[in-house]
Design a protein around this ligand. Sequence first.
Ligand code: E4P
Length: 216
Amino acid sequence: MRIFLDTANIDQIRQAAKLCIISGITTNPSLVSKEAAADYQNTIKEICSIIPGPVSTEVLVEGAQAMIEQGRLISTWAPNVVIKIPASDGRVLATSVLTRDNIKVNFTLCFSLNQALLGALAGATYVSPFVGRLDDIGHDGMQVVKDIVDVFNHYQLPTEVIAASIRHPQHCVAAAKAGAHIATVPYNVLMQMLHHPLTDIGVTRFLADWQSVSQR
Ligand code: E4P
């Protein structure tokens, strides 16, 4: 399973890029709006220049035609931009049209297998089931990820599944076990994935043991 970072924060992206474990970035309008600059185009262009992998960028308009036009425009900002189109009716049309233009689409805000299936049939490169937001309303978000992965595998659909709305490290464990191609994680979750208290205790003990010998 590959890891994307789910943020528009340039410092976090630079820090994570140094680790060489991030394959791409997902942003959304809420994430960009949290940043001090909050200039949509410049923020996305800067992210695309730091991370060579796919950078999902959501359209800021409603209606199929407006989404198609804005998707085409955003796709010119950088070669690694992926256009995020929220799931449902007219948006499937926007996904089909952009895909036929050879523009990569992340079919986002997916909350059901049916939405993901239609996004895949429309040619989306990625579908993004939102695990945490489903859990928040008492559903089993990871079960939706599993169902989508199983069905895509069964029918050999090439669309990749991004487990999104990840809230904690156990979500990443479950996403990997479910066969998600990608988990997109906030920076704090990425750091939590790296840490284990027994690793810290082990390192301290190893160094202490070595120092006691080397000082003899
Ligand atoms: C993914 O593409 C989204 O940006 C993100 O995972 C949303 O997460 P949230 O539900 O924590 O806002």
